[in-house]
Structures are given as structure tokens and as C-alpha cells.
Design a protein around this ligand. Structure first.
Ligand code: FAD
Length: 387
């Protein structure tokens, strides 16, 4: 479906991605990765070799220059085929590339960004904890400075991709608990540091990257591993809620956009192939209406996602646009996928068809990266609605 007047470089990128996906990520292989909870590192390396992780890295650090729209398009295309590959890409281009560029120290930019662009260096987010969900400023994991080092203790939950990442981007409490926002720090914890243990968490979808409970027992890192260097000590909250969280919201929207597009395409084809009562089910009016509805809703999701991306790209205030995109796209994409599943009847529920995977993957999108309820709070607050 032609969606807008796309600049030429984006059309070229989309074509390149689709060729790569068709060749390296065929559907049967993607199903196997999902079934076996496997991260295809060779395919991921192919993306790195194409320069795609460098889309968030400035040329002076070895990338191709920051292009948020191209990054969002890459997430959409990959998510339309495989969340295992898509989430690995996000861990590099977004979690590592964008955060270090925006809030890292110059030394971190110099040493880590070239690795994002050329090696696909990955971070895993360590914000959530067993008792910490939406209220991430209440983290209990601690960091103390001792003899020129940082010593970390505590437990993180839902660290997606922790075992394939090189660092956990961990939010920890670095001062007295009373001063809620001014005693948090972000620390880059190498995933192979002594004192870290991993416990896998089984989930319904998003398989391939794996998600883990991560325990820190006297884990010791360098002071240089504080995000932003020594100036970042106790400044973690400001670093977390800046541009990084805005981009995270549209990353999740782009994942939902990709999954729901694949669902619409599959249902559209299936409805023309499947015959009942002597004719394709696509000729039944209620099915036609469902198909028209999902196409229309998807188009709205596409416009909202890329509109929010363009505001981030232009460095304009993007809190509201990104929250609206996250809210609308994730909730709507979930409805789209469930409708597509209904169109496919029993085969939307069967192993061996991709629809059941789309359903499992889409259900988490309104939860991740700030739930839909949290986005509604953000929108009402940012637009100044009195409490
Ligand atoms: C597959 C998967 C992967 C994940 N990956 C990561 C990761 O890599 N790193 C990471 O740090 N975390 C990760 N998470 C955690 C995810 O970010 C959290 O699930 C999310 O922040 C919500 O927290 P919670 O589930 O504990 O819900 P809670 O915060 O306990 O909320 C429960 C319910 O209450 C609602 N609620 C809470 N507070 C409010 C409020 N103030 N106003 C209105 N409603 C509210 C929520 O919307 C939700 O419906 C992952 C989770 C999953 C399932």
C-alpha cells in the first residue's frame, strides 16, 4: 500500500530491507526461531554489515548520521517478519546508539558508538524490578562508590536480550531513598561481570531475544561506566526521561505497526484463497468490512507513527506526539491483529500459521515502554489538564 510521498532514500532503504528479509528471514525459519526461542546472530550480523545499526550514529563516530525516520522504518520492516531480529536491532541502534549519543560522556561516545555502527553492540534495559513496574523512579537496586569503583547490588526483572547484550543499561539508586529523583544513576554493567546471575523468564511472545531476571551481587564496575561519566552520578533520572524515552515510545509503536501490517497482509490474502459456500470468504460482506476496517486503522497507525518520528527528527518538543502515537498505535494494532485472527477462523489459532505468533507478539505492545494508561496520564498532564 502506498502510504505517503516517501523521500527517495527511504524508499531505497525499504527496498533493501525487503530484499534482505525475503532472502535471510524466510517465514519457515522465523517460525523455527520463535519455536526454539533462538536469536539468529548470523542474520543480525547481516543487518550490521548493511550499516543499519549505524543509522543512529553520527558520521564522526563511524555511523551514517542520525536518521530517526529510517530507524523507525527499519524497526517496522523487521517487526513485520521477526521480533527476534527486530528487538536485537533495537537493542543496538536505539538502546545503545541513541542513549550514548544523547546522554553518554565523550569517552563513551568515542569508544562505544563506533562499536554500535560496525559491530552492532547491544544494551539490555535494566529498569524494571520485582516490585518496580510503571513507577521506575522507585528502583531499589543500589550503587555505591567505593575506592574509585562502583559496587552494585539488587535485582532487575524483564531484562530483554540480556544474554545477547554486551551491557545492561541499569537504573540504580545511588543515594538516600527520600530524595526520589535526585539519587538515581544509570550504569553500564558489562553482562559478563563477576557477580551477575541470570534467570530466564518465560513469556507468551517476543521470543528469540529472551527476557531475564538479573541479580547483581557485589558487581563492581569502573566509575567511567556511569552513563555520562562522573557528572552522571545521581543524574540518572534526567538522562532517562529525556529524548530517550520519547524515542522508545515510537520504537514500540513501530514494532506494533510492523506486526499488524503482517497480520493485515496475511488476512487479506487468506480471505481471497479460502472458499466457503462455494465462494471466497472475501466476498462475504462482513469479512470485506473487517478487511476494510483493518486497512483503514493501519493507515492511521502509520501516519501517527511517522508523524511523531518527524517531530523527534526535527528536535521539536515530542512528549505529547510520541505518547499519543504509543497509545493509539499499540491499542489499535492489537485490535487489528485480533480482527485479522478472526478473519482466518481456526487457522488464525493454529500452529504452522504466523497469525498465532502475531497475536502473541502484539499483546505486549500496550504494556511495554509505558503502558497505555501511563500514556494517557502523560498526555493529560503534558497538555495541562488540572488534577
Ligand atoms: C516481554 C516483556 C519484555 C520486557 N522488557 C523489559 C526490558 O527490557 N527492560 C525493562 O526494564 N522492563 C521490561 N519489561 C517490563 C515492562 O516495561 C513493564 O511490564 C511495564 O513497565 C509495566 O510494569 P508492570 O508490568 O510491572 O505493571 P504495573 O506498573 O504493576 O502496572 C499494572 C497495571 O496498573 C496500571 N498502572 C500502573 N500505574 C498506573 C498509574 N499511575 N495510572 C494508571 N494506571 C497505572 C498499568 O497500566 C497496568 O495496567 C518487559 C515486560 C515484558 C512483559
Amino acid at each position: 500500500m502506498l502510504t505517503s510521498q516517501e523521500p527517495e532514500h527511504l524508499t531505497l532503504l525499504r527496498d533493501t530491507l525487503r530484499r534482505f528479509i525475503d532472502k535471510e528471514m524466510p517465514r519457515d525459519l522465523v517460525r523455527k526461531w520463535d519455536r526454539e526461542d533462538h536469536f539468529p546472530s548470523d542474520v543480525y550480523q547481516g543487518l550490521v554489515d548493511l550499516g543499519l545499526t549505524g543509522l543512529t550514529v553520527a558520521e564522526e563516530y563511524g555511523g551514517s548520521g542520525r536518521d530517526i525516520t529510517a530507524m523507525i522504518m527499519t524497526i517496522e520492516e523487521l517487526s513485520a517478519r521477526s521480533m527476534a531480529v527486530s528487538t536485537g536491532y533495537i537493542q543496538s541502534a536505539c538502546y545503545a546508539g541513541l542513549n550514548i549519543a544523547d546522554v553518554g560522556s565523550e569517552e563513551q561516545r568515542r569508544t562505544l558508538l563506533p562499536r554500535v555502527a560496525t559491530e552492532g553492540l547491544k544494551f539490555s534495559y535494566g529498569f524494571s524490578e520485582p516490585d518496580v513496574g510503571a513507577d521506575i523512579a522507585s528502583v531499589r537496586s543500589t550503587a555505591v562508590r567505593r575506592d574509585g569503583k562502583i559496587v552494585i547490588n539488587g535485582q532487575k526483572r524483564w531484562c530483554s536480550g540480556a544474554k545477547i547484550a554486551q551491557y545492561i543499561y541499569a537504573l540504580v539508586r545511588s543515594g538516600p531513598v527520600e530524595d526520589r529523583y535526585n539519587n538515581l544513576s544509570l550504569i553500564l554493567v558489562p553482562t559478563d561481570a563477576p557477580g551477575i546471575t541470570y534467570q530466564p523468564q518465560a513469556t507468551l511472545g517476543l521470543r528469540g531475544d529472551g527476557t531475564y531476571d538479573v541479580s547483581f551481587d557485589q558487581v563492581t564496575v569502573r566509575e567511567e561506566d556511569i552513563v555520562g561519566g562522573l557528572d552522571g552520578w545521581n543524574a540518572g533520572w534526567k538522562k532517562l526521561v529525556g529524548p530517550g524515552l520519547n524515542v522508545e515510545k515510537i520504537e514500540v509503536a513501530a514494532m506494533a505497526l510492523g506486526i499488524s501490517r503482517a497480520a493485515v497482509d496475511d488476512a487479506w490474502t487468506y480471505a481471497q484463497d479460502r472458499k466457503q459456500f462455494g465462494k471466497p470468504i472475501a466476498s462475504i460482506q462482513s469479512i470485506r468490512h473487517m478487511l476494510a476496517d483493518v486497512k483503514t486503522k493501519w493507515q492511521a497507525c502509520h501516519l501517527m507513527t511517522y508523524h511523531a518520528a518527524s517531530i523527534v527528527e526535527a528536535n521539536q518538543p515530542a512528549d505529547v506526539a510520541t505518547a499519543m502515537a504509543k497509545l493509539f498505535v499499540c491499542d489499535t494494532a492489537r485490535d487489528i491483529v485480533l480482527t485479522c485472527q478472526q478473519i482466518m477462523g481456526a487457522y488464525g489459532y493454529a500452529d504452522g500459521f504466523d497469525m498465532e505468533r502475531y497475536v502473541r507478539d502484539i499483546l505486549v505492545m500496550p504494556i511495554l515502554g509505558g503502558s497505555s494508561a501511563i500514556q494517557k496520564n502523560n498526555i493529560a498532564n503534558r497538555l495541562g489538564l488540572p488534577r
